[in-house]
Design a protein around this ligand. Structure first.
Ligand code: ASP
Ligand code: MG
Length: 411
């Protein structure tokens, strides 16, 4: 009998009616003969509600106490679901992280899971119980309650699935899978059947918010397949899996799996940077301020001066300006320009490793639409460009139609 771990997100347990529907779904899985461990997130909006209570008392609440507070939301959802399962005549038990032994480090608010004990979980499964686990929380070495960062119940679910050597970890959410582009922009976007862990990681860094990044990293490290499914409609969803297995199982690997886009980007251009030492200290200072730099280009002008361009998230601009203005006074930077009306468009696919000519098709598609490119970055499995935000829809459409051909989708 296979153990299946199912995780339900906030919208899936957002109301009592939704909790009852989730209970029915679990009953069905149980009736198929599977043992089920359920990991839950808080009811939709609850974590934010608690967060705003704390920040109304103190803008920067004590982190240990904030974790104590936020972790309580999952206690509500797991007990309500368990009540619903017991009402349906099933033996079920809800358990908090410390009752199972989900051990984390002590970085409150973004704790990392160190280990998960399978003992209590296996005991309950042996007694034919459905186990309902509180996601998002853990316990550090000093018995403090910790939380795993927003969206962290995805990681809890993967960690529990790994501890139980489950066949796969099913993540039920409000979308029915991962799409080849945002269906709200591209009506021809199709659902992807199988996607590799590293594609999913790149897509998350490009703005796709379906799974917590750490959850995908954890699953990749332990080779635990994830299935993203809708808790509202039946279907096979999208399986996120090991790249080698995917390549071996796929006959015609499509070079590009997905066209991702990220709004709210900004471009910073700095002219006349004195020398490479200045570049190094500039990025060091920005890094120390916690600013994440995305794409970077650097052009050497005559007599050793550089023009540097980089992209960041738009809400970092004023902080960056403070840092750069201080540097300007010392380092003779000639001009700094900010463009906060840009978006990033990307083509992602492990198939790019083995196909040539993708860059040609990518840039031809944009050129045919007269879309001016402001910055480029590439990796083994993606090509990204920064463009004016007015080109968002046109850009996604032309790239998707040129590179993600529905006729030869095989993954
Ligand atoms: N309840 C937590 C949050 O809102 C964890 C989760 O939803 O995964 O971030
Ligand atoms: Mg989530």
């Amino acid at each position: 009998m296979a153990v299946i771990v199912q995780k339900y997100g906030g919208t899936s347990v957002g109301s009592l009616a939704r909790i009852e529907a989730v209970a029915d779904n679990i009953v069905e899985t149980r009736r198929k003969g599977h043992q089920v461990v359920v990991v839950l997130s808080a009811m939709a909006g609850e974590t934010n509600r608690l967060l705003s209570l704390a920040t109304s008392i103190d803008k920067q609440p004590a982190t240990r106490e904030l974790d104590m507070l936020l972790a309580s939301a999952e206690q509500v959802s797991i007990s309500l679901l368990t009540i619903a399962l017991i009402k349906r005549g099933f033996s079920a038990i809800s358990l908090l992280a410390h009752q199972i032994g989900i051990h984390t480090d002590n970085s409150f608010g973004r704790a990392r899971i160190k280990s998960v004990s399978s003992k209590r979980l296996l005991q309950a499964l042996e007694q034919e119980q459905v186990v309902v686990v509180a996601g998002f929380q853990g316990q550090d070495d000093d018995q403090n309650v910790t939380t795993l960062g927003r969206g962290g119940s995805d990681t809890s679910a993967i960690a529990v699935a790994v501890a139980l050597s489950a066949a796969e970890c099913q993540i039920f959410t409000d979308v029915d899978g991962i799409y080849s582009a945002d269906p709200r922009i591209e009506p021809l976007a199709h659902k992807i059947e199988n996607i590799a862990f590293n594609e999913m990681l790149v897509m998350a860094s490009l703005g796709a918010k379906v799974l917590q990044n750490r959850a995908v990293e954890y699953a990749m490290r332990h080779n635990m397949p994830i299935r993203v499914l809708s808790s509202f409609e039946p279907g096979q969803g999208t399986k996120v899996m090991n790249e080698d297995v995917l390549v071996a199982e796929t006959k015609n690997l499509n070079p590009v799996t997905n066209i991702a886009h990220q709004k709210l980007e900004a471009l910073v251009e700095i002219e006349g940077v004195e020398d490479h030492h200045t570049i190094a200290s500039m990025f060091t200072l920005l890094g120390e301020a916690g600013i994440e730099i995305d794409m970077i280009t650097c052009t050497l002008l005559n007599c050793c001066k550089y023009n540097v361009k980089f992209s960041v998230s738009r809400d970092n601009i004023s902080q960056i300006d403070d840092i750069l203005q201080k540097m300007t006074q010392k380092n003779g930077i000639r001009a700094i320009q900010y463009n906060d009306k840009v978006v990033k468009l990307s083509a992602v696919g492990i198939g790019m490793k083995s196909h040539s000519g993708i860059a040609g098709q990518f840039f031809t598609a944009l050129t045919e639409e007269n879309i001016k490119i402001l910055l480029i970055s590439t990796s083994e499995i993606n090509i990204s460009v920064l463009v004016d935000e007015s080109f968002l829809t046109q850009g996604v459409l032309c790239l998707h139609r040129a590179l993600c051909k529905t006729s030869d989708i095989s993954h």
